[in-house]
Design a protein around this ligand. Sequence first.
Ligand SMILES: [Zn+2]
Length: 504
Amino acid sequence: MSDKFSRRDALKFSGAAVGTLALHGCGFSDANATTTPAPDQNTLFANLPSFVPQNEPVATGAMRISFMGTSVIERRAQQRSSVFVELGNGDSFVFDIGSGAVSNYVAMGVPWSKMRKIFLTHLHGDHTSDLTHVYCFGPQGDGKSPLYLFGPSRSGLRNPDYVNGAGSDQFYNPEYFEDGMLDFALHFREMNRWHTESQSFVGTRWKSGNGLPAAPGDGYDVYATELDWMTGDSSKRWTTSKFLNDNPGFTSAKGIAYQNNGVTISFFPAIHGRNGSISYKLEWNGLSMIFTGDTKPNNFLVTSALTGNPVDVLISEIVVNPDVWVTKQSGITDPTSPTYIAGLDNAEAVQVNSHTPQMAFGYILKQLELQGKAPRLGVATHFQAEDDTNSWALEDIRSWYSGPVTIATDLMVIDATHGAIQVRRAIVSDYSWSAKWTDPRQSNGTYDPKYSDPQSCNPYHPMGPLNQFDPYLLANEIDPCLYNKSGFMCTQPYPTSSCKLPTT
Ligand SMILES: [Zn+2]
């Protein structure tokens, strides 16, 4: 067992790591001082006051931050990275949408219509995987308006495998990869082609009426804006439809991703993986939050946090120390074991390439404090949050900084107003269904589906649920009357001899 791990392991059993943590004036504590820290539970989170999403809309003038995915690795207790920001003016913004996060959005009752503006910090799968789900299924619910995507520009890095003189070809011998946001959006849209067509037997765009304009485009339309990580330019845009208006927050101002309805979202470079990671800062109504995405500790973050009023909520990724990672993952504590050494080398390389050590987060917060710009609350995320790792991380952060800090886990909810910052634990059902539709345009109905059946004899008019099947397939469907004579598919068959399928 390494010295470091031994010391920390001892702390785990003494309870000292959390026992010495101070309380802070934000209505929460770092952890329950009387509880012995242990793996497989998160006392810090369990002891937060509860919050029932359905009972409490965002207050006018407030900013609510809900953590929908907080882990770097795959685990049932925490989905992958996603932060949801709702404002008192009714606006809402998604920052990253990693795998599994959508199940938390659904549990929190967030409708698809509130997830139409998505800001990606970088194109790692643990920050983008559930975009597929939002895109594919949003228009089946009330997300029947375009999806606006924002994300970083190409890396600009030369492909080390490029073969000189063999001809440059994007797929077989690219000298430079097309690895930016617009490239991602184009291929993402096409990757999902079969899905979007197959589900276009229902209407996917809101109509106008009742004093409300139609949705500016279809729910399967994408409008992507590329944010240049080096120059701050945001003028590169791509959309699936030439009829679609610009993203509603477009501005030519450098370093600004989005500006509309009193909301400004700026971006700045992050140092993570390779060129092409960014961090975001959202400002509205005198409130602000920063979300770093993934990054090594950097001066861009410090500069952004020093600009303007102190940040209200500064959300930074952190990573467990390499020795903890190896032992947690492998179960090996012997530092002379070749497996341990190989694992440690790997964990250290990952940290050097990509992440913010626990202690560095404390250091950054301290530097901000020294310049009178300490955030009202620092939040660590992208982290395997359980009692022992929480206590070790807080110990490292506290070695530099004693201000208000917490560690996020899924369903932690922060309400920020000018007067207070409240941190709570959302109470949700594990068996929730898709969220209720809230888009007010639903009262207008939709344009006819792309695959519609206009015949009045069609019982599903204007939907055409059978329009995308070859007669060969339909001729081999088992007759519904064979298994349920009283079922609607037997008593009200479609098609019938007098109401054939339209020929397309
Ligand atoms: Zn990453």
